[in-house]
Design a protein around this ligand. Structure first.
Ligand code: NAD
Ligand code: DAU
Length: 351
């Protein structure tokens, strides 16, 4: 094997797409997926590559420093692609502390282990931290975008914890010379997305004729990117990005929540053989999210111009692909919503 890479959070939504891409594209890399299998982690996301010779799984909580130290000593990874995180804003409002533990302390544990392993020779080593556009705060409806220079202004406990972890990553670069790279991405959508987030939640509710909860008036805007385009960007940045640099990743694809849900309802009407407009009747306006950021929009020109990445899919096409995946994978949805898969992992991995 030419390289050993740790990918953290590889059993989650984006992480599973990154693991799949790296395992298939780089058969000479040993890819080790480090994941605690929280409610959001699901090894069924990786069934298609689980038996490949260059893939390994380690069940580990990144807040467990001693366990991480052992894994770094055993595998001696050349690189870390760090995605493991608590990722849902609404959960961070209910319980901020788990976000601080995983997103801040967990990231610091990984940084420290990488620094200790690599400190005598940083050549060809890389710590890649996957972050979010939410650290930049919120935009008005004024046509501006988040750039890599936008001042951090996080509003939710989730985005504050991600901002904090970003600062630690840069501090390890500036203080110890750790070779790091950071990317800040906009909202992802696609297959294997946990159905607590807007798009998969709405698909599931529409299918089951349940209300689609829209926070506030549905006027908040998000910039949506197909998850496989994010994974492709991570691949390019990991291999070609410059040490100490930040790259913004986005779809240049802004949608008001209400317009997105109306489009999704129309797609679902066609797929489910319903009359046009039927699913839209499920739209239900509910109390707004506390501190709800108005608008996110990413300027990804640095990544496009310097490293040659571009998003591959139009939104309508990506959304239709996503709907098709959810309709064809009802058992996956049933399992993750019932929690049955968690019981299976508890049995399989209990010590
Ligand atoms: P997710 O919630 O689907 O998956 C998170 C994964 O991390 C799960 O497999 C979970 O088991 C694992 N994990 C959580 N806590 C852990 C711990 N203490 N130790 C080890 N593993 C742990 O998240 P996602 O949506 O795939 O996001 C992945 C990363 O990308 C996160 O860092 C997130 O901040 C970032 N991000 C997400 C989006 C998005 O739209 N989802 C956009 C930009 C950036
Ligand atoms: O911008 C990147 C971020 O995108 C990531 O860092 C986060 O990990 C990811 O969860 C996502 O955060 P959001 O809060 O934007 O995603 P969510 O799917 O939770 O919500 C999208 C929008 O839809 C947001 O404006 C809130 C709204 N919403 C969400 C839910 C779950 C609703 O109106 N109703 C809902 O039921």
């Amino acid at each position: 094997m030419s390289k050993t890479l740790f990918i953290t959070g590889g059993a989650g939504f984006i992480g599973s797409h990154v693991v799949r891409l790296f395992v298939n594209k780089y058969p000479d890399y040993c890819i080790v997926n480090l994941d605690a299998l929280t409610y959001a982690g699901n090894l069924a996301n990786l069934e298609d590559i689980a038996s490949k010779p260059n893939y390994k799984f380690e069940k580990v909580d990144i807040t467990d420093f001693e366990a991480l130290k052992e894994l770094f000593a055993f595998y001696k990874p050349d690189g870390v692609v760090h995605l493991a995180a608590e990722s849902h804003v609404d959960r961070s409002i209910t319980d901020p502390f788990v976000f601080i533990r995983t997103n801040v302390l967990g990231t610091c544990n990984l940084l420290h282990c990488a620094k200790e392993l690599w400190k005598d020779n940083y050549t060809d080593k890389r710590f890649y931290h996957v972050s979010t556009d939410e650290v930049y705060g919120a935009l008005e409806f004024d046509g501006t975008f988040f750039t890599e220079e936008t001042k951090y202004d996080p509003h939710s406990p989730y985005s504050a914890s991600k901002a904090s972890s970003d600062h630690f990553v840069r501090a390890f670069h500036d203080t110890y010379g750790l070779p790091v790279v950071v990317s800040n991405c906009s909202n992802n959508y696609g297959s294997h997305h946990f159905p607590e987030k807007l798009i998969p939640l709405a698909i599931n509710n529409i299918k089951n004729n349940k209300p689609i909860p829209i926070y506030g008036k549905g006027e908040n805007v998000r910039d949506w990117l197909f998850v496989e385009d994010h994974a492709a960007a991570i691949d390019i940045i990991f291999h070609k990005g410059k040490d100490g640099q930040t790259y913004n990743i986005g779809g240049n694809n802004e949608w008001r929540n209400i317009d997105l849900i109306r489009l999704l309802c129309n797609i679902m009407d066609k797929k489910l053989g319903r009359t046009e407009g039927e699913s839209q009747q499920l739209i239900t306006f509910v109390t707004d999210r506390a501190g709800h950021d108005l608008r996110y929009a990413i300027d990804s020109s640095k990544l496009q111009n310097e490293l040659g990445w571009t998003p591959s899919l139009q939104f309508e096409e990506g959304l239709e692909k996503t709907v098709d995946w959810y309709l064809a994978n009802e058992e996956w949805v049933r399992n993750v919503t019932s929690g049955e898969y968690q019981k299976y992992y508890e049995l399989q991995y209990s010590k």
